[in-house]
Design a protein around this ligand. Structure first.
Ligand SMILES: Nc1ncnc2c1ncn2[C@@H]1O[C@H](COP(=O)(O)OP(=O)(O)OP(=O)(O)O)[C@@H](O)[C@H]1O
Ligand SMILES: [Mg+2]
Length: 249
């Protein structure tokens, strides 16, 4: 019986311009509620793997089954609701010149086209209350344009807006890497809490081996586009930082 949520079979990626093999023959199954930490050197293919799963990139060969059905048979619109991605570049997720409230309304309109029948004040009040648990300062800045927020506030906002309609699969591509250690830690803890609360299956790329050790139930180490190591939770907890470094790189 195959009950994996993401089933990658012999997935390869190369770009016609460069003819370089970015991902080579990746076969790997991810199950519902897995939290996979993907590590590997710069250019090892971590982001590319995520971009194949959200259909930004089209694999050159191989198959990916999402919930038992080929990813090629899903409409992009369906994928976009099922699989959400947060990167370190918040401008990929937010309209920078619009306010927090306007960004929120745009998302609500996508999911609930009958929004106009709802009260503007009620929406404002909801958003103000909702954002409190992400970053209390956001609640006070609903009319401020997003570009005026700090990096930490922007990433907290991206996470908050992403979680308004929780996806089944969340792809996090170094989403805390531009933040100071305290803000990064806060966002990681919040992310973990939300992932568990909503039973989300999560893939996270990081260069932070402390996070790799602390979060997730498995580490997937990529090297030159191939999976060269996987480490289960029970094993990773026993490894020193140095041993983890040697195993992953
Ligand atoms: N759109 C593209 N066209 C051509 N080559 C690309 C493209 N995107 C990525 N690559 C190449 O694919 C390889 C893997 O890149 P990728 O961004 O997946 O690595 P990464 O492991 O995420 O690296 P980093 O840790 O720096 O984020 C690199 O050699 C990169 O130059
Ligand atoms: Mg990357």
């Amino acid at each position: 019986m195959n009950n994996s949520l993401i089933d990658m079979r012999n997935v390869s990626l190369e770009f016609a311009q460069t003819e370089k093999s970015i991902l080579k023959d990746i076969s790997y199954k991810i199950y519902a509620k897995d939290f996979i930490i993907i590590v590997g050197s710069n250019g090892s293919g971590k982001s590319s793997l995520l971009k194949i799963i959200n259909k930004t990139f089209k694999m050159s060969s191989g198959t990916i089954l999402l919930d038992g059905k080929s990813i090629n048979d899903y409409l992009q619109k369906t994928i976009n609701r099922m699989v959400k991605t947060i990167t370190q570049n918040c401008h990929e997720s937010l309209f920078m010149s619009l306010s927090i409230l306007e960004n929120y309304i745009l998302i609500k309109q996508q999911y609930e086209p009958n929004l106009f029948s709802m009260s503007y004040k009620a929406e404002r009040d909801f958003l103000s209350e909702y954002l409190l648990s992400f970053n209390a300062k956001l609640s006070l800045k609903l009319n401020q344009s997003v570009e005026q927020l700090s990096g930490g506030e922007k990433q907290a906002l991206v996470l908050a807006l992403t979680m308004l309609y929780p996806p089944r699969i969340l792809l996090l591509d170094e989403h805390t890497s531009a933040l100071d250690p305290k803000a990064a830690d806060k966002l990681m803890r919040l992310t973990k809490q939300l992932v568990e609360q909503h039973n989300i299956t999560c893939l996270l790329t990081t260069h932070d081996l402390l996070d790799a050790k602390h979060y997730g139930n498995r580490i997937l180490a990529l090297r030159n586009g191939v999976i060269h190591h996987t480490i289960e939770q029970e094993v990773k907890m026993t490894l020193t930082q140095q041993a983890l470094l040697s195993a992953c790189y």
